[in-house]
Design a protein around this ligand. Structure first.
Ligand code: GLU
Length: 302
């Protein structure tokens, strides 16, 4: 097996909290235990939310935790053209279509009782703009850099999920799956069936930032040679979308290692606004990295 490479890939749109610390330690220790490499990636593709003070906060918090990573750190904003090329490839394959639906128009459909929801709880797209015709006039990212956006709005770009799955499974010669070395929320392990269909026609090209998280993450994992994608179980179901994109874009398949989530006293996942568990707050109140490791149940690699 090739040398193990893991990554911690936070988005700089809030302060890191105890859940991020667990995730970073998990990725770091996983690599270190096996003589591998731990990388840090700053997922700042959403420039409308990313802030430089949060980037600095990530560096400060992770150093305080005692982590080290090779330089240079990969940021996403300088690579938007690469993600846009991937969108154009999906368009060429006939699995991406422009979508001009407004939120209001969508709600008129999806507010209906019993409307299906995706694993993140959002209503599944009703397919209003879905078409097999390859768009001639529109290209993903055509008006990128125009900010704030002016009317008429550029389209969003959606994956034709059904068509994409048929194409991917034809290429693979079997149904879409991934290899899970951690555990999913329902105890899933080993070969996991990638149920991408339940996400519906997800947005991959965004009006404001060009490409979505899903596109950027699979490109970056491939370009950085990530062998083991370690991350929280909140992203477990999204892995189906990532596997699908990897097959369509002919990217290598990493192993996935999803880990448990750190929750608050009421059992809720910590959010970026969870002030009390922000690492900078814990630090200022005298917490030590050793004690935090203990509280999180993340003992250092021996
Ligand atoms: N940037 C994502 C986040 O902060 C994590 C992406 C990943 O680990 O795949 O939630």
């Amino acid at each position: 097996m090739s040398r193990i490479i893991t990554r911690f890939a936070p988005s700089p749109n809030g302060w890191l909290h105890a859940g991020h610390a667990f995730s970073a330690l998990f990725a770091h220790d996983f690599a270190q235990r096996q003589g591998g490499t731990f990388l840090l990636r700053i997922e700042d593709i959403d420039f409308t939310r990313a802030r430089p003070e949060y980037v600095q906060g990530i560096f400060d918090d992770l150093r305080w935790l005692g982590l080290h990573w090779p330089q240079p750190v990969r940021f996403q904003q300088p690579h938007v053209a690469t993600y846009c090329r991937a969108l154009r490839e999906l368009q060429r394959l006939g699995v991406l279509y422009p979508c001009h639906c407004t939120r209001r128009r969508l709600r008129q459909k999806t507010d209906a009782p019993g409307w299906p929801h995706d694993p993140d709880g959002a209503p599944v797209y009703p397919g209003l703009c879905r078409t097999d015709a390859v768009a001639k006039d529109d290209a993903p990212c055509a008006r990128l850099g125009e900010w704030p956006l002016r009317e008429p709005l550029p389209p969003a770009w959606r994956l034709n999920m059904h068509k994409a799955l048929v194409l991917a499974e034809r290429r693979l010669g079997r149904s879409l799956s991934w290899h899970e070395e951690g555990t999913g929320p329902a105890g899933e392990q080993g070969t996991v069936h990638a149920n991408a269909e339940r996400w519906g026609d997800v947005i991959l090209g965004r009006r404001d930032i060009g490409a979505s998280y899903h596109v950027a993450v699979v490109i970056d994992d491939a370009l950085q040679g990530i062998t083991h994608v370690t991350r929280g179980q909140d992203l477990f179901h999204a892995t189906a979308i990532h596997r699908l994109l990897q097959v369509l874009l002919e990217l290598p398949e990493p192993i996935y290692v999803h880990h448990r989530l750190i929750t608050d006293e009421e059992g809720r996942k910590l959010s970026k606004s969870a002030g009390d568990t922000a690492l900078r707050h814990l630090r200022a109140n005298g917490m030590t990295p050793e004690h935090l490791r203990q509280l999180l149940g993340a003992s250092p690699p021996s």
